[in-house]
Design a protein around this ligand. Structure first.
Ligand code: EPU
Length: 425
């Protein structure tokens, strides 16, 4: 296991190139199961989760070849068994369910289980596929699905806290090969859903309305191979934007699709951070003014993303005054709070809200990453803190950030990857 050793207090300056989106790449790779022809996905990020999705597809019988920043998948002959050992490690692997049901009419996929950020049920995925005619039973930890033929219908996917991203993608993928027309209502509007829809359209699918709350899919008999460039990772971009603010530096985010960052930029500007669009790039700087605290509530897109909540909390720690950060998407997504408190932060949790008393100096300490976005927040806190911070268990970070330590170093950060020795416990 690796750790990051960070010597904080240095402003970050320079250009950073934003990698392809993790949360688009994973379902894009699963979509390749819908055809027996080869599909190539380019601009993929270099992440352990992406490698892992490759392993899952191989375990289903697909040929998967990584080359540079692209992957070619050929799912000539596949079977329907997604094994527990693989699925439990990455929740996103549930997005093989829709393609398996669409292509084979059967699936035997392990239930993914919960994760540290919440229970993460899949009831809406099953509800949608059932509406299309699939029958599901749960046996021995596996969800067993079967159908003679999926048939298009109306599917309402609004859940307890709003739409579901991977649920929307799963139903959309399955419906591409269903008979007739499927109408997904209360669909997730995230840019990753649009990206998957665009890939499916390139494969011959008939889809309208992705990116809005109603998606119409008219089933076709067969899909064919296609090539696709993944959209930039808006969460990585937001994380580097916040890195500029918390280190009082200036970073140009190259090729980051600022149009996908509306809610984050709005909150950064409200606090006083400067963010200027230059075509596909974005220049973010702390600015000279005293920053103000802002309240944040996470919401489905186009609201403030839950995946940026932890990082934004670090900025609020540095701003004098009180801010309230409310998490509405995942019930347990405050694992970073006790670790931030080890650096001197003052944060209390009341129900779904974290009350942040900002303006206290942070000082370096040993802290432990618990999940992907919490890890990113701890790294940002380490960059802003006085002295040395060791962030342990950075494998969480490597799942979803493409060479974050290298990118930070090119911006002037003092960050090193070191062995996570037990004696430093
Ligand atoms: N939900 C249900 N039933 C379902 C599905 C979801 O109740 O059948 C609930 C969830 O428990 C949650 C809410 O609906 O409370 C939204 O979950 P959603 O299904 O949208 O999440 P997801 O599709 O599993 C993706 C991202 C997450 C991101 C969320 C929300 C991928 C691979 N994952 O998860 O990304 O936080 O959407 O935007 O796309 C991350 O990258 O760190 C990450 C966790």
């Amino acid at each position: 296991m690796d750790a990051f050793l960070i010597k904080g207090g240095r402003p970050l300056h320079g250009d950073v190139s934003i990698s392809g989106s993790k949360n688009a790449t994973l379902p894009l790779m699963a979509a390749a199961l819908l055809t027996s022809e080869p599909c190539t996905i380019r601009r993929i990020p270099n992440l352990s989760d992406v490698q892992f999705m490759g392993e899952i597809l191989k375990s289903l019988g697909a040929e998967v070849t990584f080359e540079g920043d692209s992957v070619t998948i050929r799912a000539r002959k596949i079977h329907e068994v997604g094994k527990y050992d693989l699925i439990r490690k990455m929740r996103a692997s549930i997005c093989i369910l829709g393609p398996l049901m669409g292509r084979l009419g059967r699936a035997r996929v392990s239930l993914p289980g919960g994760c540290v950020i919440g229970a993460r049920p899949i009831d809406l995925h099953l509800k949608g596929l059932r509406a299309l005619g699939a029958r599901f039973t749960v046996r021995a930890g596996y969800v067993l699905g079967e159908t003679k033929r999926l048939v298009g219908t109306e599917v309402f996917l609004g859940g307890r806290v709003g739409p579901t991203v991977l649920g929307t993608v799963n139903i959309m993928m399955a419906a591409t090969l269903a008979e007739g027309t499927t109408l997904i209502e209360s669909a997730a509007c995230e840019p990753e859903v649009i990206d998957v829809a665009n890939f499916l359209i390139a494969m011959g699918a008939k889809i309208q309305g992705a990116g809005g709350p109603t998606i119409t899919i008219t089933g076709v008999k067969k899909l064919h191979g296609a090539q696709h460039d993944v959209i930039p990772d808006r969460i990585e971009a937001a994380t580097f934007a916040i890195a500029a603010a918390v280190t009082r530096g200036e970073i140009t985010l190259k090729n980051c699709r600022p149009d996908h960052l509306g809610a984050v930029l709005d909150k950064l500007r409200e606090t006083g951070v400067k963010a200027e669009r230059r075509g596909p790039d974005l220049v973010v700087s702390h600015g000279r003014t005293r920053l103000r605290p802002v309240d944040i509530t996470t919401q489905p897109y186009a609201g403030f993303p839950t995946d940026v909540q932890a990082q934004m909390m670090v900025l609020m720690l540095l701003v004098p005054g009180i801010s309230v950060i409310t998490e509405r998407i995942f019930e347990a997504r405050f694992m970073h709070v006790p670790e931030l408190c080890r650096l001197g932060a003052e944060i209390s949790i009341e129900g779904p809200s974290a009350i942040v008393k900002g303006g206290r100096p942070l000082s370096g300490a040993q802290i432990m990453a618990s999940d992907l976005r919490a890890s990113a927040a701890l790294v940002l806190a380490g960059l802003a803190a006085e002295g040395s911070t060791t962030v342990k268990r950075v494998y969480h970070l490597d799942r979803g950030y493409d060479r974050m330590d290298e990118k930070l170093r090119t911006l002037g950060a003092r960050i090193e990857r070191v062995p996570d020795r037990p004696e430093s416990e």
